[in-house]
Design a binder for this molecule. Structure first.
Ligand SMILES: Nc1nc2c(c(=O)[nH]1)N[C@H]1C(S)=C(S)[C@@H](COP(=O)(O)OP(=O)(O)OC[C@H]3O[C@@H](n4cnc5c(=O)[nH]c(N)nc54)[C@H](O)[C@@H]3O)O[C@H]1N2
Ligand SMILES: Nc1nc2c(c(=O)[nH]1)N[C@H]1C(S)=C(S)[C@@H](COP(=O)(O)OP(=O)(O)OC[C@H]3O[C@@H](n4cnc5c(=O)[nH]c(N)nc54)[C@H](O)[C@@H]3O)O[C@H]1N2
Ligand SMILES: [Mo]
Length: 615
């Protein structure tokens, strides 16, 4: 993309970890990794690692607790992590940012922060304090629905029982106040003295002696003129070139190179701006769309708009393993190989400072090709062979490993994860990779872009009596990964249909029975789900599973194998009220909706037929 001159690239990591990385840079220049092995206190904002979801994190938390570490969980639902927590804060869906303001208020008022660190290594503390004073505990209690004493108790635990960690959570990556929520997490880590210390959160940088992924991406070859055209960067610049290039110089100073695409999240086009331009809403037309390792139609907000955007393209090319609803709209589907069928050399994208390898175990079947071969073939077809000069992917890896003095074959044979020995408080020598070299509690970069340099909280739009319930998306069924795997019979036997969760109170109010088919509806669409009644759910909240379609149903425009009937993205909004201002990502944690009971006839149809979407 950089060689061809297009700045318009986006990814599912725009609402999962990539955007967190980009926003963390505004505070201390990098994205930290939690040191679970040595920590004394863990805070989970929603994030609920389970035995069948985030296995290493689940195990690390259990081990830390066995050592006596404290666990604080904020979750509207009594999740399995909430069950094991020392403190559970049952906050209102989408209100994490307000809760974090409450914590800061207590920590600043009671002087539980690290005063030396704040004096020597931060800028903007006084302004931050003033902003935080706008959030007294009574107001925070109202915004979050949590008891003021419980908020204060959790804040004291975080402030005094450290070193503590607030490991990455996707939950604040998908909210209207995402930028402020992520900033508040980074501010808490910093002022409490938990950054780059054992048991806290470490700024790992790139692994040594390897050509890292950010170097390979060659962001310097994309011209300033093209970067300036990146869609959405005027309105929502936080993770675009416009926002992130402010870190080039400091990143070079601290980490040795200008571009650091941490978790691949730092130079993206805001998805909603991209799809709106593709749909013809300007500022200029987009005519061709290529996607790879992403099911774009179902992985953002406002799915109907994305379908319109795709239908408005002259050319769509998909590099996919399966005929997903997105791939069904492509002009060309290039079959992709899978991870066992290719050798892999991966660094941790700067988040985790290690290198991982995986050997090729078998040949890809039929016409399936690796992504390397696809891009190399494309460069050749454009007579630009010099972009990818290596004959094979192994040659490419040999080049990346030259500095280590090993060949790919030798390196992969070790079958290890390669770590550099940990270093702490590296900022004492280099400063932080921010424009001021300090931890920016008040962001100079946001200020320069005309954005609020301090965190703030935007409340929900007023309740529309037509849509009295709230939904959030995010059941990850154990047998599936995201929108994938619904074609695997054994897994479908375990989870044959999409199932949403409601509380016993909500079920009683709307006369819903276990396993009954219902429709969940809002201004955008209605989708069909079966009901599960769960004690762990609070009243008036509906938990909707992510990414449902049925590969066995009819394919193609207007059908899309059931995606129109079941996908959560049909209900996810991307109007300004539902977008994070700085990033332009959708609010998926608290969307107004209502429940309609399906008639038995509808329920029968729901499993067999698909509605036709007017083109
Ligand atoms: N088997 C399997 N494992 C997976 C995946 C999969 O598809 N299948 N997906 C992987 C991926 S990419 C991700 S990102 C993770 C997601 O996994 P998690 O990070 O655990 O996220 P969720 O399961 O979506 O929701 C976690 C909790 O957040 C709570 N929650 C919902 N809204 C809010 C809110 O506004 N505030 C707070 N504080 N809590 C809230 C929910 O009640 C839920 O208990 O799972 C990963 N693991
Ligand atoms: N509405 C809504 N949007 C969301 C979320 C949500 O809960 N609701 N969750 C968000 C989260 S947490 C995440 S992580 C993102 C995930 O969003 P995506 O990255 O789109 O995740 P998947 O749905 O797993 O789609 C990945 C696709 O890549 C294909 N694929 C997998 N491996 C390979 C490969 O090796 N080669 C090729 N060529 N293709 C491959 C798979 O077949 C699959 O169709 O979505 C985000 N978007
Ligand atoms: Mo994710």
């Amino acid at each position: 993309m950089n060689h061809l001159g297009s700045p318009n690239w986006t990814s599912g990591v725009a609402l999962c970890a990539g955007n967190t990385a980009a926003i963390n840079r505004y505070t201390y220049g990098w994205f930290p990794l939690a040191d679970f092995a040595n920590t004394k206190c863990i805070v989970l904002l929603g994030h609920n690692p389970r035995r069948h979801s985030w296995v290493p994190i689940y195990s690390a938390i259990k081990q830390a607790q066995a050592r006596g570490a404290k666990l604080i969980v904020a979750d509207p639902r009594r999740s399995s992590s909430a069950d094991r927590a020392d403190i559970w804060l049952p906050l209102k869906v989408g209100s994490d940012t307000a809760l974090l303001f409450g914590w800061l208020k207590v920590i600043i008022d009671e002087e539980l922060y690290d005063k030396d660190f704040v004096r020597d290594w931060t800028v903007g503390f006084e302004e931050l304090k003033e902003r935080v004073n706008e959030y007294p505990l009574e107001r925070v209690a109202e915004l979050t629905g949590c008891e003021p004493e419980m908020i204060a108790k959790a804040a004291r635990m975080y402030g005094t029982e450290g070193p503590a960690v607030i490991p990455w959570t996707p939950i604040t990556d998908m909210q209207r106040n995402s930028t402020s929520g992520i900033r508040l997490q980074s501010i808490l880590r910093a002022i409490c003295g938990y950054i780059d210390v054992p048991g806290g959160e470490t700024l790992q940088g790139f692994p040594s002696d390897i050509i890292n992924e950010s170097e390979i991406e060659m962001h310097h070859v994309l011209t300033d003129e093209q970067k300036a055209k990146q869609l959405g960067s005027d309105q929502h610049p936080a993770f675009t070139y416009r926002g992130q290039e402010r870190f080039c110089e400091p990143t070079k100073r601290v980490y040795g190179q200008e571009y650091a695409n941490i978790v691949s999240g730092c130079y993206m086009t805001p998805p909603s701006s991209l799809f709106r331009a593709m749909a013809g809403e300007g500022p200029y037309p987009v005519k061709a769309f290529f996607f790879l390792g992403n099911n774009p139609m179902m992985s953002y907000g406002n799915m109907k708009l994305i379908i319109k955007a795709m239908m408005n393209q002259d050319l769509i090319v998909a590099h996919e393993q399966f005929m997903t609803p997105s791939a069904q709209l492509a002009d060309y589907v290039l079959p992709g190989d899978s991870w066992l069928e290719r050798p892999t050399l991966a660094d941790g994208s700067g988040w985790f400072g290690g290198i991982r390898t995986s050997d090729q175990s078998m040949e890809p079947p039929g016409e399936c090709r690796s992504t390397f071969e696809f891009w190399k073939g494309l460069a050749g077809a454009l007579d630009r062979q010099e972009i990818i000069p290596w004959d094979t992917i192994e040659d490419f890896y040999n080049w990346r490993l030259e500095k280590r003095g090993v060949t790919w074959d030798e390196f992969v044979d070790t079958a290890e994860v390669h770590f550099d020995p940990p270093k702490f408080r590296k900022y004492l020598e280099t400063g932080f990779a921010t424009p001021t070299g300090k931890v920016e509690l008040k962001s100079t970069a946001f200020e320069e872009m005309g954005l609020d340099p301090l965190p703030y909280f935007r409340e929900d739009p007023p309740v529309d009596p037509e849509y009295p319930l709230m939904l959030f998306t995010g059941v990850r069924d154990d047998g599936f990964f995201q929108t994938g795997h619904r074609h695997i019979e054994e897994m479908r036997e375990r989870h044959p249909e999409p199932v949403c969760f409601v509380s016993p109170g909500t079920a009683a109010k709307y006369d819903l029975q276990e396993e009954e088919w219902i429709e969940i509806e809002n201004e955008l669409a209605a989708i069909s789900m079966k009901v599960a009644i769960k004690d762990a759910m609070p009243d008036s909240l509906v938990r909707v599973p992510h990414g449902w379609w049925k590969p066995e149903l009819e394919r193609g425009a207007g059908k899309l194998s059931g995606a129109l009937k079941y996908a959560d993205a049909m209900l996810c909004r991307d109007d300004e009220d539902y977008l994070d201002r700085e990033q332009g990502i959708p609010h998926l944690k608290g969307v107004a909706c209502r429940i309609l009971k399906s008639t038995p006839l509808d329920a029968a149809i729901a499993t067999k037929e698909e509605p036709v979407l007017a083109k």
